[in-house]
Design a protein around this ligand. Structure first.
Ligand SMILES: [Zn+2]
Length: 129
């Protein structure tokens, strides 16, 4: 299992993460199979540097957009002003929502992806046009 993003999408997520500092940013990753087609930036309702949450109506909106474009929500993105490892809260929500969780570290300028599959495991991040 892996997640594939275009270089421009990596740039878009990097920019979103930087512009949200000092807080975490978040987005839904819409696509097909492992390939991200569209990024939907979301508001971090927590306005926090150590957590994020997305209002239920925004979540519903994201799923509506995905459906109207015949795409699926294949991943959830958020940034960490820290190491790109899932927090305990992340792990809890990963278990409830077993899509790919993509994390960007603004301190280490690094993307890492994880999925919950009986335990949290890392998946490859592929950057291809
Ligand atoms: Zn996190």
């Amino acid at each position: 299992m892996e997640i594939s993003l275009a270089p421009t999408q990596i740039e878009q997520l990097t920019r979103l993460s930087r512009s949200s500092l000092p807080n975490e940013s978040c987005a839904f990753l819409l696509g097909k199979n492992d390939r991200v087609v569209e990024i939907l930036a979301m508001q971090n309702a927590d306005q926090s540097a150590i957590s994020f949450s997305i209002e239920p109506q925004e979540v519903l909106h994201a799923y509506d957009v995905a459906e109207s474009k015949k795409l699926q929500v294949i991943g959830i993105f958020h940034s960490h002003p820290a190491r790109p490892a899932p927090s305990n809260t992340d792990k809890k929500f990963m278990e409830i929502n077993p899509v790919v969780w993509l994390i960007y570290s603004t301190t280490e300028q690094e993307f890492k992806a994880y999925v919950y599959d009986s335990d949290v495991r890392e998946v490859a991040v592929k950057i291809t046009a």
